[in-house]
Design a protein around this ligand. Sequence first.
Ligand SMILES: [Zn+2]
Length: 473
Amino acid sequence: MSGRASAIARAAAYFDSGAFAADLARRVAIPTESQNPERREDLRHYLERELTPVLAGLGYQCRILANPVPGAGPFLVARRHEEEGAPVVLTYGHGDVIRGQDDRWRAGLSPWTLKSEGDRLYGRGTADNKGQHSVNLGALAAVLRTRSRLGFNSTILIETGEETASPGLRELFAQHAELLAADLLLSSDGPRLAPDRPTLFLGARGALNFALKVRLREAAHHSGNWGGLLAEPGIILAQAIATITDARGQIRVPEWRPDSLTNAVRAALADCAVETGGQGPAVDTDWGEQMLTPAERVFGWNSFSVLAMKAGDPERPINAIPPTAAAHCQLRFVVGTDPADIVPALRRHLSRHAFGQVEVETAGDEFFAASRLDPDHPWVRWAAASVEHTTGKRPAILPNLGASLPNDIFAERMPTVWVPHSYAACAQHAPDEHMLGSVAREGLMIMAGLFWDLGEPSSRALCREAAGTGKHD
Ligand SMILES: [Zn+2]
């Protein structure tokens, strides 16, 4: 058996022996709820007493770094520096989870006790993100034990605030630029395109939330006496929204229509049919941008949503013209849409359509930025070939996730390749969260193959080639 095949077999054996589940059970048992201030100690405990001994045992030098944002959870930075000139690979994960929702799990399940049932491993964090970084640590260990070194320089960053919008992560990169510098980010989070389809994603859509408000007067007025005399906020708001998209949701604000759906992105998405696997609602094929495929609509385009809207009191309607109407809206956007111009562009559009009285309000300047690596980037071609070599399956390559994550912090500094080990129906952020054992096992093999290949001499040439492309935007 080749060294590569041995490392992959060792990673699979780690799963088959039950050792993976035992490690994950210990991690799941630590209630690292970052939204719960009472769990502050558990966040530190997870890094100090759970991950540090494991990584130290693999020859990593571990440092716990305080969060630059007061009150936010700490970071673990673990480095295994082997050789000057070898690639430096950053692997990110998060040790925090959302609230356990203890009383809402199905009978026999608990968020803090790992339970194996059929192909499912239940527990809070199994999908998001403890199971995923446990796969990656297990694969690193398998490569190390087989080769007695990695062959590249590995930095592992684990944060404990991802579920509270990653406070301090950007500042950490600014303060420790050298410590965290890398040639490549290779990390795991989020879902595969389909459970049996190995997937690479290269970025994320951005998201900006805002409210549309029509405020005409202080009080409601009798619709019999005043109907026909007073302007109606609900009608004005509905008509204003009707200028933002057409009846099938196609965006009409010119600046909101991306110009980044390149041939390379289209080619990658041609191979990524959106499948819900019977687990989600059926796709409405007559909704959204007509000339695009469903995959292009969700991964290659922007989408406008009305998340909630109100005029008067919908629970107790009365015969009166309400004074105000409001809609809470969101734009999910791909790279190429300027986040700073999303709201100004909407204001210009509304005033062009004579809806200047519709106010556009944001809750502050918070938004998720969009990121994407070119699907033709050398590291992407390399990763896809490695995954195919290991599994015999051609991975789905998503230029970005449809959802949002803070990948822009990494993408500003290095090419980003994500290898998700979860799937869409994992009940992430809900009761009965679980990971599929079959995906974890295949993920261990995929990651062992990737980490093995990173230690091969050819990856050094790839680093130089990638540095020359400068294509990561
Ligand atoms: Zn999450």
